[in-house]
Design a protein around this ligand. Sequence first.
Ligand code: DGP
Length: 142
Amino acid sequence: MPSYDPNNIFAKILRGELPCYKVYEDDKALAFLDIMPRAPGHTLVLPKAPARNLLDVSASDLAHVMTVAQKVAKGAMAAFGADGITIQQFNEGAGGQVVFHLHVHVIPRKAGAAMKPPAAEKEKPDALAEQAKKLAAAIASG
Ligand code: DGP
């Protein structure tokens, strides 16, 4: 497997070099909206420590990322009136991974509504800002 590339786009977001629609942050993880959501509120949860994917992340960072994914999922159920949550996580190109810093997708679902295809279209900045505000508040209120 190739080594971690510190110039991947999510590493730049983690360093604050690029913006994101943040919904949650602590000392070990960051969660922000996917700008090409498969459904409204589609969120990515990342460890802050460098990890390419599931295959090289430390067990403790992986456990923490999943704990944060659970927080985001519960917040999304409340914030978006979701009926369910889909979790996705891709590893290496052959596994569908496009950005090589580990991330877990948390996708709020409505009964009967199909997800859009992956990375199909960019959501409008206003919609993302509004969703991030709503979701961050729901996560904070726990
Ligand atoms: P994958 O590595 O297959 O899990 O796909 C990467 C996901 O990241 C995809 O759903 C689109 C999203 N994405 C790509 N570039 C950016 C970006 O600059 N910011 C955000 N927030 N999401 C991005």
